[in-house]
Design a protein around this ligand. Sequence first.
Ligand SMILES: [Zn+2]
Length: 387
Amino acid sequence: MNITPSLNRNMYRIKQNLLHMINPKRCNYVLLGKPQKEDIEILKKLDCDVPEQADTFSMVKIGKRDDKSYEKSITTLYSKGIIIRRTIEDTEGNKIIREYENSGYDIKDSKSHERTVIQKILNKISGDFETNLIEKFNTYKFEKDGKIKLQIAKNVTDGNIINATVTEYPLTGYKRKLESLKKVIGLKLEMIDGLPHIRETFETPNVKIFPDDKYLPFRFILNPETKLKALTKLFIKDKDLDKLKIKVEVSEDIDRYTDGYFSDITGKIVYNNVSRTPHVKLAAHEVEHAHQYRQIGRLGKGQSKYAILSRNLYGSIENLQDSMEAHKYAIASENYPVMKKGEDWSKNPDYINNYLEIKAREAEKEAADEYIEMGSPLNKQFFFGID
Ligand SMILES: [Zn+2]
């Protein structure tokens, strides 16, 4: 599929928005010269910090009618026709760098639903003042008869605060005449110890927020790592595993067939950064393992720090049924297969049929079903749903 034309349209839109933003009194600003794409070698020769993959760039200069000394330059870097960085600098010392990360299209529905992820990292430097805003966009679009339905999920992150919005535009192409039909839900989230807390909400009259949905704030987090870690923290809390201070990490250095694992030796949950498994499943699965190994520890079995800590913090298991269940965990852990490096675990029956794995898969299914069910009233209101 050729992604370039629609992507360019998208970029055009962003550019127009950008021009509106920086150009509130339009008539005061003038375009100095025509933008042109240039070979990147020119920039490299000027000793600029140029990303490896950049192959072309363009530069636009904007001046002010009433202030001849003012000049703003917008430099855009491209890789294979796709924008990767834009720097906006003016003679007043303002500087904004936006980095664009494009994961390309991943097809939600083979017929028509496409989505793009654009990440903008905003480093605003204005004199001594520096902020680190991160803007992340997920754009979903649907095309029919030349018209486009568009949904944009956006996160603007500033420290612990995430301002999250999902906006669905009606099927009117890019003109968006029917502004009143626009659907918007916005949440202001505060991240505390990795968990999102809703501080403010916003909704247009044509949509409704369902506050009973315990996953509501999680659905609006676009950064996959933040979301995965947050869901893990939630399940750790739900399972009353807080006291064990389990570390949650995302790693690049993990076997490709492993989406994630819990280790009682290190007391860590580690996820694969390229995993495609839905976050809610992944988190519920690994937290279940953390629970299982706590129970094994409470039986007085296991010599890992985690097992001993579990025994000390939670005591022995009083309930007979829980204790019998824990004995099953202990037996299964002793029979847990040792996997070879690079082995596809999903094809090993000793792994698949291990009791610890059977129970972890049950936990992930339960969590995934709840996630979908609770989110259904919210999702039904948006053409593309909300993750
Ligand atoms: Zn497992």
